[in-house]
Design a protein around this ligand. Structure first.
Ligand code: BG6
Length: 507
């Protein structure tokens, strides 16, 4: 696999290159994420020859598990979840590079020492040298002990003559903290051992093609920039609605809620891409600098404003789910009205809405422009024109649609029409999975699509006062909503106060 033979139909993106030699360790290797996402993504990379021969995966877990069984279970996961078709030869190649290491606990220094010895041995067997990628797919309370141990092991390795130019990168899954304080503490601990360019805070939304396309759409077309501001835009809506309920994740969800689970990370990332200024380059830091400025410009809110500009919901039946407190106030739905208080966006409301157990699964960004001057049209019912609207569909039906007005042939009637772009229709192939792109980026050291330390802390700085106001009862408690609905009716009143309404996917 040393020669890169990427075919157009399967490559992650043109110009993709094979990653350098490395041994990847997955903490939490027997978990669901490893089986459903990580290994299928690595397999897809292998099929595209994006992994070198000098590559291996060591799964670390607390569970006793023989290597053959571990490989078999991952192979089955790949068959079920990989994007690309099963290729026996590629699987054999990958399978031979998968190992399992059991350890007593994530914070156990002895287990880490043994792991390091195993990594050295595995690395020798495939010729991977000293580069290491660690993936933390473990409960958040285990992040700190693992990082500390990895740091200590690294220090010792350097003392014992490990090459200084070899890298040790760490990918940290969400939730990255539960508030500003915990995020800061975690960042401080990581920074003690890993320089920022070796830290990859993963946000799988950034791995989605449709999220990346926000930048291409905005800055690869001359069309938008002159009208992408408060002179022309009336409102922005970002919605992530899910049909699924919290399922078996109630235990985690009780410590999280919708705001922490989706908004502070995924939705803020999307908002930043939609609202940021053009960058002068696509380098990781140039892009992240501009995204950060958006978060910094979010107008702070007093508790009274929080009560007015945020709304929580909880679906009926949530309290009865296993692992949920009978008097739980955890929100399974959240609506926010924010403002990016800078020259471009001041005065434009940005509505964020997310919930579980809703009518449809849809993630989209809606830019709605102001109405045309009421001069030529709008007099009679059939000549009313609707405001222009761009809907960027993150998922499903990935693509975007632009709403315009057109004359109905043979009459004076005006009707709104769509110009539609559909990924699958235009490009044929299924886009790469988010984890495929992100794992490859981490392997080649590109952190553009990962959250930087200051971004994560600034995001928590926005959310902290909201969580506090909610916690202190300074804002209404969650409103109930029927499973499979569009959320609480109070949410319609929430946006209705501004003379607006939620965008529905059929609009
Ligand atoms: C995860 C959240 O980060 O994202 C889940 O923890 C959520 O609660 C999921 O369901 C949504 O991801 P996607 O890619 O299905 O939109």
């Amino acid at each position: 696999m040393s020669e890169s033979t990427i075919s157009n139909s399967t490559s992650v993106r043109s110009g993709s290159r094979q990653s350098p030699p490395c041994v990847m360790t997955i903490f939490g290797a027997t978990g669901d994420l490893t089986r459903r996402k990580l290994l299928p993504a690595l397999y897809d990379l292998a099929v595209q020859d994006l992994l070198p021969d000098e590559f291996a995966i060591v799964g670390f877990g607390r569970r006793a598990q023989d290597e053959a069984g571990f490989r078999q279970s991952l192979g089955e996961g790949i068959k079920e979840f990989a994007r690309l078709p099963w290729d026996e030869e590629k699987w054999k190649w990958l399978e031979g590079r998968i190992f399992y290491q059991q350890g007593e606990g994530y914070g156990d220094a002895n287990a880490h020492q043994k792991l390091e010895e195993r990594l050295v041995e595995v690395s020798k067997s495939v010729g991977a040298g000293d580069n290491r990628l660690y993936y933390l797919s473990i409960p958040p309370e285990e992040f700190a002990p693992v990082i500390q141990n990895l740091g200590e092991v690294r220090k010792a390795a350097l003392k014992n003559g490990a090459p200084k130019d070899a890298w040790r990168r760490v990918i940290v899954e969400k939730p990255f903290g539960t508030d500003l304080k915990s995020a800061r503490e975690l960042n401080a601990l990581i920074a003690k051992y890993f320089p920022e360019d070796e830290v990859f805070r993963i946000d799988h939304y950034l791995g989605k093609e449709t999220v990346q396309n926000i930048l291409t759409l905005r800055f690869g077309n001359l069309l938008w920039e002159p009208i992408w501001n408060n002179h022309f835009v009336d409102q922005i809506q970002i919605v992530v609605s899910e049909k699924v309920d919290v399922g078996k994740r109630a235990g985690y969800y009780e410590t999280s809620g919708a705001l922490r689970d989706m908004v502070v990370n995924h939705m803020f990332q999307v908002m930043s891409l939609v609202c940021m200024e053009p960058t002068t380059s696509l380098s990781a830091d140039d892009v992240r600098d501009e995204k950060l400025k958006v978060l910094r410009a979010i107008k702070p809110m007093t508790p009274e404003q929080i009560a007015h500009n945020t709304l929580r919901g909880q679906y009926e039946g949530y309290k009865q789910a296993e692992g949920v407190a009978p008097d739980s106030q955890v929100e399974t739905y959240v609506a926010l009205k924010l403002e990016v208080d800078n020259w471009r966006w001041s005065g434009v409301p940005i509505y964020l809405r997310h919930g579980k157990n809703l009518e449809e699964r849809v993630s989209e960004v809606v830019i709605r422009w102001k109405d045309v001057p009421n001069v030529l049209y709008n007099e009679e019912e059939n000549t009313q024109v609707k405001s222009n609207m761009l809907v960027m569909r993150i998922q499903p039906n990935d693509g975007f649609a632009l709403r315009m007005n057109a004359k109905v042939p043979g009459s004076n009637e005006i009707r709104d029409v769509r110009m539609n772009f559909d990924y699958a229709e235009t490009f044929g192939a299924e886009p790469p999975e988010a984890y495929e792109r992100l794992l490859h980026d981490a392997l080649i050291g590109d952190s553009t699509l990962f959250t930087r330390r200051d971004e994560s802390e600034t995001a928590w700085g926005i959310v902290d006062p909201i969580l506090n106001a909610w916690h202190e009862g300074k804002a209404p408690a969650p409103f109930e909503y029927a499973p499979g609905s569009w959320g609480p009716k109070e949410a319609d009143e929430f946006i209705g106060r501004d003379g607006r309404r939620w965008h529905k996917p059929v609009d």
